[in-house]
Design a protein around this ligand. Structure first.
Ligand code: C6P
Length: 407
């Protein structure tokens, strides 16, 4: 296996020492949310204990300290995704809010009746419903590029759907239900050849691989802090500066204004134009700490380690009679979705929990994917940098034992 100091990494995550039902916790629900290292927990605690106040509002020492820490976190995000400027890094609640923001600002301003928005058949509901709402509001049409039985985008079909009416392409970078990694550079190049901007839903990709928004040349990139070993309640919308400048604000309130009279309001500059109200200050600081933590390990190292873990888990899972993997794309991130003959995924989840193993069972907020594969739900094991081959073995043994008892 790739040489990462896994014991040391595991020791950084206090929750991994917990016992669940008297068994050592095997946490394999990282795609839903992943656990937090001491560095993140301590950074939040330190802020609240020593440096906390509101940001951008006060001249007093604590407000200045909090502002520095909050803006410092923005700087860390900028470097992490290689944005050209901190003006392009908008703090939001998470991926869901980031996509809704684009739909209701860029979308309302640029997409009208008869225009088309192109997504794929493997999207999370967060990258479907905001566009359906926009279509209801504007008369635009949602187009869906199909996937194949491996869970891969059928690229040729995607390209055929690009046309003069397409105003935006919005695709998932890595699918949460299948693990498939989309050919996003190819998608962006094809869309840009027709002057169509592209949003990437990076909720699942960002914790598993290096992301360089300038290299990708995406127009928007959305992700959540809580899937990146940071706190919940914070996420990022990256947008190219020129696009963000041209977009109307999302919400009105404090901080997003420069001057207000009853007749007229002048909006603040970027990124504040899109950050109305008191932001999630401590959560942003925690996200900054998570980024420092991951940068020290190295995203390339994480990607290589998790690829080996996934390959090992897949090989073991394929040997189990009656287990069907849902999502076998050639390019895949560290997600193993599966179903078992005769045992409902919810029962798989409950029974594995009794062994201390946390997996997610359900439709994973991707009901169209479940419909496509004609399953009501799947069980999903999703891996993080702190997981081990030994934990994969525990999972595999757990699955075998429940097949023996209930299959
Ligand atoms: N997927 C999962 O268990 P939020 O909830 O805003 O942080 O992220 C939404 C979201 C958007 N896109 C993708 C690809 C996602 O995976 C998610 C969240 C979790 O798969 C919770 S449903």
């Amino acid at each position: 296996m790739t040489a990462l100091p896994i014991d040391k990494i595991r020791a950084d995550f206090p929750i991994l020492q917990e016992k669940i039902r008297n068994k050592p916790l095997v946490y394999l629900d990282n795609a839903a949310t992943c656990q937090k290292p001491n560095a993140v927990i301590d950074s939040i605690s330190h802020l609240y204990r020593h440096e906390y106040s509101n940001v951008h509002r006060g001249v007093h020492t604590l407000s200045v300290k909090s502002t520095d820490r909050y803006e410092g976190a923005r700087e860390k995000v900028k470097h992490f995704i290689n944005a050209a400027s901190t003006k392009e890094v908008i703090f939001v609640k998470g991926t869901t809010e980031a996509i809704n923001l684009v739909a209701q600002t860029f979308g309302r301003a640029n997409i009208g009746a008869g225009d088309e928005i192109l997504i794929t058949a493997m999207e999370h509901h967060s990258n479907i419903v905001p566009w359906q709402l926009l279509c209801q509001q504007t008369g635009a049409v949602l187009k869906v590029a199909p996937i194949n039985r491996h869970g891969e985008l059928i690229y040729d079909e995607f390209e055929k759907l690009l046309n003069d009416k397409t105003r935006l392409v919005s695709v998932v970078h890595m699918s949460n239900a299948l693990g498939s990694i989309n050919p996003v550079k190819q998608i962006i190049d094809a869309a840009h050849a027709r002057n169509i901007p592209v949003l990437l839903d990076g909720a699942q990709a960002i914790p598993h691989m290096p992301v360089d928004v300038q290299d990708l040349d995406c127009d928007f990139y959305a992700f959540s802090g809580h899937k990146l070993y940071g706190p919940s309640g914070i996420g990022v919308l990256y947008g190219k500066q020129a696009l963000l400048e041209a977009m109307p604000p999302y919400q009105g309130g404090g901080d997003m204004i420069r001057k207000v009279t009853f007749e007229e309001t002048e909006y603040n500059t970027l990124p504040y134009k899109f950050e109305a109200g008191t932001p999630s200050i401590a959560d942003a600081v925690g996200l900054g700490a998570a980024i420092d933590y991951l940068s020290e390990i190295g995203m390339d190292n994480i990607a290589a380690y998790e690829a080996e873990l996934l390959a090992y888990a897949t090989e073991q899972a394929r040997r189990i009679d009656g287990l069907r993997i849902i999502g076998e794309a050639e390019h895949k991130g560290a997600i193993l979705s599966f179903v078992l003959d005769k045992i409902h995924p919810h029962d798989i989840g409950t029974m594995l929990d009794s062994l201390g193993i946390a997996v997610r069972a359900g439709h994973h907020c991707a009901m169209p994917v479940m419909d496509f594969f004609a399953v009501p739900a799947t069980a999903r094991a999703s891996f993080a940098v702190y997981n081990t081959k030994e934990e994969v073995d525990v999972l595999i043994e757990g699955i075998k034992s429940l097949i023996e008892v209930f299959g």
